[in-house]
Write a protein that binds this ligand. Structure first.
Ligand code: NAP
Ligand code: F7E
Length: 363
């Protein structure tokens, strides 16, 4: 049987791991990319040139380009990962976020219908734990009511429901994975985990003075992205389409993530103070290394995400405990220690980015 996957968002963290996973399984993998004035294909550079890996230009805001790609590729599986995925940025660009993250999903579904592929193409939609938002139940499972709490989450809620609607209205095999936060050494540098691991590495190597963060008490269920892409595939291999929560079932705060990341580079942090006055202090030297800035607070913040992966474990046979929280922090920090050490001449440029991050210019 032909195994042809189309991945939107192929240049992203998940798109790159999923490409590797599907190539390994013998798929022809097609990725949709958009034009950029700078090279942003770092995460998939090692895959380019492989005979079964193909790239096509397209944009989630442009139905015609999506239609063209779908009609050319005739995929048997579509993984719709493309999104404006940064929650804080969604407050600055709410309309763009809605267009890409909500209407974009509709464009993909309609492209499949217009190409006459409803019976042959399965669709995975990248839904999110942000749908639970201002949580109404802890931990969250497939029955927990949604209460989106950002423009990003509201857009993703549309994506979730339109996928469900097309499943019921047209009998399409389309599903949502409700994925909780998943991180990796390929995570974007302005998500909190990667911002922390890079800062810990730079501070340890004398290339950054301090780290500015927002809400340290926010709680997340953090898993490893490489483990999570397997679920995306498993969800599309079931006899009937369904939606699944994917999470580790373990919860930690941003403060704890910070503590473990700095400990990995040999710095024992002690947190003192509260709210905006809280500081992370190097116990050995008394230096203030972590401070809180209102720049990184959100107009509405989701503060208590904790997933219940029982259904995924029982039906998909997926192991949510493959990578522990401590292992995740360690692998990200070790990667960033090596990256920062190798930066050499480029270090100053990278430090400038860190400074921008610190000043809240890039969130
Ligand atoms: P990511 O690293 O931010 O990647 C997003 C991808 O979407 C990139 O390839 C990006 O392309 C692409 N994209 C953005 N706007 C586009 C547009 N207008 N047209 C075409 N492509 C566009 O995100 P990720 O962490 O891999 O997440 C993958 C998906 O899962 C996203 O839908 C995200 O919302 C969702 N999700 C993520 C998590 C998580 O914790 N990582 C959890 C739940 C759900 P460029 O490289 O050109 O920017
Ligand atoms: O924030 C707090 C922040 O930006 C996590 C996306 O992949 O996962 C991701 O969304 C928490 C929030 O991820 C900073 O307020 C504190 O409470 O790393 P984040 P996110 O918002 O959870 C979900 C599941 C997705 O679907 C999204 O696509 O950390 N926080 N200080 C901070 N966050 C950031 N970014 N920067 C800080 O300085």
């Amino acid at each position: 049987m032909r195994k042809v996957a189309l991945i939107t968002g192929v240049t992203g963290q998940d798109g790159s791991y999923l490409s590797e996973f599907l190539l390994e399984k013998g798929y022809d993998v097609h990725g949709m990319i958009r034009r950029s004035s700078v090279d942003y294909r770092e995460r998939i550079a090692h895959l380019e040139g492989r005979p079964n890996f193909h790239l096509h230009y397209g944009d989630m805001g442009d139905s015609m380009s999506i239609l063209q790609v779908v009609s050319k590729v005739k995929p048997t599986e579509i993984y719709n990962l493309a999104a404006q995925s940064h929650v804080q940025v969604s407050f600055d660009s709410p309309e763009f976020t809605a267009d890409v993250d909500a209407t974009g999903v509709l464009r993909v579904l309609e492209a499949v219908r217009l190409c006459g592929l409803t019976q042959t193409c399965r669709i995975y939609q990248a839904s999110t734990s942000e749908l639970y938002g201002k949580v109404e139940q802890v931990p969250q499972n497939e029955q927990t009511p949604f209460h989106p709490y950002s423009p990003y989450a509201v857009a993703k809620l549309y994506g979730f429901w339109i996928v469900k609607e097309y499943r019921e209205a047209y009998g399409m095999y389309c599903c949502s994975g409700i994925l909780f936060n998943h991180e990796s050494e390929r995570r974007g540098e302005t998500f909190v985990t990667r911002k922390i691991t890079l800062a810990a590495a730079r501070i340890a190597q004398g290339k950054q003075d301090r780290l500015l963060l927002g809400n340290l008490s926010s709680l997340r269920d953090w898993g490893y992205a490489k483990d999570y892409v397997e679920c995306m595939w498993l969800i599309l291999q079931q006899d009937r389409p369904d939606d699944f929560v994917i999470a580790t079932g373990v919860q930690h705060s941003v403060r704890e993530f910070c503590y473990h990341a700095f400990r990995r580079v040999g710095i024992e942090l002690e947190f003192r103070g509260e709210g905006l006055d809280e500081q992370g202090i190097d116990k050995a030297t008394g230096r203030v290394l972590v401070e809180v800035s209102p720049d990184f607070y959100r107009p509405t913040d989701v503060v208590n995400l904790w997933g219940d992966p029982t259904k995924a474990r029982e039906i998909l046979g997926w192991n949510p405990s493959r990578t522990s929280f401590e292992d995740l922090v360690a692998l990200m920090v070790d990667h960033d220690m090596a990256k920062v050490a190798a930066e050499g001449a480029a270090a100053k440029v990278r430090t400038n980015l860190a400074e921008y991050l610190e000043k809240g210019i890039v969130k």
